[in-house]
Design a protein around this ligand. Structure first.
Ligand code: 5RP
Length: 271
């Protein structure tokens, strides 16, 4: 691996711990102004200092992120479909590498839809991105999208993750599931998990994170469980504590509780 590729990967997966907390805020590319991300700048800005990388589209990057921030960018470069259209899987490459370079991206990301009517097209998209990324030293994150119909089990996610790695993805993003260790064992490149829909409780989100790390994931690329929380900064800090510092879910919950508690008011001084 050439220096530039290694350096960009090290900006995403942090060498101190070999782990990463990526913040996923790319949902609007097919969901529009989804709950919690209506105003991308307001949602994302307070979280940026705590994200090892942020995954988003060029539109939100240019419109909503101050270029003075140094959080590495993983640019979502696939899309062209919407949640109200006919087939979510009918994705194309939406952003050229020239623009990814102009935006100083540390990596690019696309979805693959294994088992969908557009499987071949999305796998061809991945292969094309890997060829182009290799040429200029930019790593590719392949997201094993499940669309509406796919079963999120170890057999399916293991299949999709392995295919992504075989086609050259540098990092695979998939979902956590029962027997997740089987997905990790069958995938020879680093895996991060998406958070999925918001969990019922914070503890559930922390357990999912902790289980994924325990099973061999290098981290998370998490969205809704962080920014749909009314306490998004305490949430991302608690997730970081699990991923980078080995906190248990209960310890992370205690930290979350401390961080979200309003500061105690000091009694008024008598004049
Ligand atoms: C959509 C994506 C999202 O980034 C991914 O789903 C992560 O966000 P969340 O934790 O909200 O699931 O890649 O295809």
């Amino acid at each position: 691996m050439d220096w530039g590729m290694q350096n960009r990967l090290a900006r995403i997966i942090r060498p101190r711990t070999g782990k990463t907390v990526m913040l996923a805020v790319d949902h609007g590319y097919f969901q529009g102004p989804t709950h919690g991300l209506e105003n991308p700048r307001a949602t994302i800005t307070p979280l940026l200092p705590y994200a090892d990388a942020v995954m988003l589209t060029r539109g939100v990057l240019r419109s909503s992120i101050d270029p003075k921030h140094d959080t590495p960018i993983v640019l979502r470069v696939s899309g062209g479909t919407s949640m109200v259209g006919e087939a979510l899987s009918n994705e194309t490459i939406t952003t050229a590498f020239e623009d990814a370079v102009r935006l100083n991206a540390a990596g690019v990301a696309l979805s693959i839809f294994v088992g969908s009517p557009h499987e071949q097209q999305t796998l061809a998209n991945l292969s094309q991105l890997v060829d182009e990324g290799q040429a200029i030293g930019i790593p590719v994150v392949a997201v094993t999208a499940v669309g509406r119909d796919m079963v999120r089990d170890a057999r399916y996610l293991g299949l999709a993750s392995r295919i992504a790695a075989e086609l050259g993805a540098h990092v695979v993003k998939t979902y956590h599931c029962d027997d997740f260790h089987r997905v990790v064992e069958g995938c020879p490149v680093p895996i991060v998990i998406a958070g999925g829909k918001r969990c019922e409780t914070e503890l559930d989100a922390f357990k999912m994170t902790s289980d994924a790390i325990h099973d061999g994931a290098v981290g998370v690329d998490m969205g809704r469980n962080i920014w749909q929380s009314e306490h998004s900064v305490p949430m991302i800090k608690a997730v970081r504590a699990i991923v980078h510092e080995g906190y248990t879910p209960k310890e992370a919950l205690a930290l979350f509780g401390e961080l979200k508690a309003p500061p105690k008011r000091s009694p008024k001084r008598k004049k």
